[in-house]
Design a binder for this molecule. Structure first.
Ligand SMILES: [Zn+2]
Ligand SMILES: [Zn+2]
Length: 341
């Protein structure tokens, strides 16, 4: 395969990755006629496209976040279901990132390209595990694409939270977690560690937690983190777990709880300075993205003829690949955020 063929099948544009023969974009950052969406995070899945092809779960997530009219035409496709768009074969394969997340496999005239969207390799009780697909061009994310990023064992991080709960039974444990994926994953991991008490959730998370439940992810007993009026209400949450979006952790909302212990579940908690800046007392290093080892192991496993690297620390992964004797290049796509890790 030559690079020219690959460039003709998928190439970066200001609106995102574009497939000229199929006339569609993957995770476009602007309104387009036809979009293939890898997963429901806001920077990948936007409202306003003419048509959206995605897993049924991602379609449900988009409808929950943006309203039923988020697109004119919905095209839900099951994992592994093969469709054709203007002669270009497209199918979706699990990415292990959040519920419904998928890699997009695009094949045309003998060239196969795989767009990972965001992905991780470690176990996540809320979604299907990443599946490596042999391909000519592997387009990988690189959110944590620096050797310094090595995520610890997730269960160990969740046990830190449980240890703190028993050590400080008078304090509300306020866990900042992104509303799609991370929040539900933390809840599931707490359940796996045997925590069966009611977990309280911020109002902004209710619809997505309900949707996870409807889609078969059992989150156990949940209740709204609503403080009753009157004296003593703060004590209702002493020793409890309250899960909220990161933005709520330091807002006035957080001060209604009993001596809140601020915890933040994020891959960025590896960086102590970030934890300090955000006033996080108990950093939990839990990420929905591949760390350095997962990224490099995955490239070796997929063993593509070419590696293209997108949002994140592109240059380090490209350099690593070149040292390994691989063809690699950064895509320099813009419009993706790396806070929703
Ligand atoms: Zn994502
Ligand atoms: Zn992303």
């Amino acid at each position: 395969m030559t690079g020219v063929q690959a460039e003709a099948l998928l190439h970066p544009t200001p609106k995102g990755l574009y497939c000229p023969p199929g006339d569609f974009f993957i995770d476009p950052v602007a309104d387009v006629d036809r979009a293939v969406i890898t997963h429901g995070h806001a920077d990948h899945a936007r409202a306003g496209h003419g048509a959206v092809l995605a897993t049924p779960e991602t379609i449900e997530i988009m409808a929950t976040r943006y309203g039923e009219d988020f697109t004119r035409t919905r095209q839900p496709v099951e994992i592994g279901e093969v469709t054709t768009i203007h002669g270009v074969t497209v199918w979706l394969v699990p990415a292990g990132h959040v519920l419904g997340s998928a890699q997009a496999v695009v094949e045309y005239q003998g060239t196969r390209m795989v767009v990972t969207g965001d992905y991780k390799r470690r176990r996540d009780p809320t979604c299907l595990p990443f599946e490596p697909v042999p391909c000519d061009v592997f387009i990988s994310e690189a959110t944590f694409g620096l050797p310094v990023f090595r995520h610890p064992d997730t269960a160990g991080e969740v046990r830190k939270l449980l240890a703190s709960l028993s050590q400080f039974p008078e304090r509300t444990h306020l866990v900042g977690a992104y509303a799609l994926g991370k929040a539900q994953r933390i809840i599931c991991h707490l359940r796996e560690e045997g925590y069966d008490e009611t977990i309280f959730i911020h109002g902004a998370m209710k619809k997505l937690c309900d949707l996870y439940g409807r889609l078969g992810v059992d989150l156990g007993p949940l209740a709204d983190a609503t403080v009753k009026d009157g004296r003593g209400a703060k004590q209702d949450f002493a020793g409890k777990v309250v899960v909220c979006p990161p933005s709520a952790m330091n807002a006035a909302w957080a001060r209604r709880f009993a001596d809140p212990m601020t915890c933040f579940a994020s891959g960025w908690m590896r960086v102590r300075q970030r934890a300090r800046q955000k006033g996080v007392e108990l950093p939990l290093i839990v990420s929905d993205h591949a760390d350095w080892d997962e990224l490099t192991d995955t490239v070796r496993e997929v063993d593509p003829a070419q590696l293209w690297v997108t949002h994140g620390r592109e240059d380090a992964l490209v350099r690593w690949a070149e040292v390994e004797g691989r063809h690699a290049k950064p895509l320099r796509l813009v419009g993706y955020e790396d806070e929703n890790d």
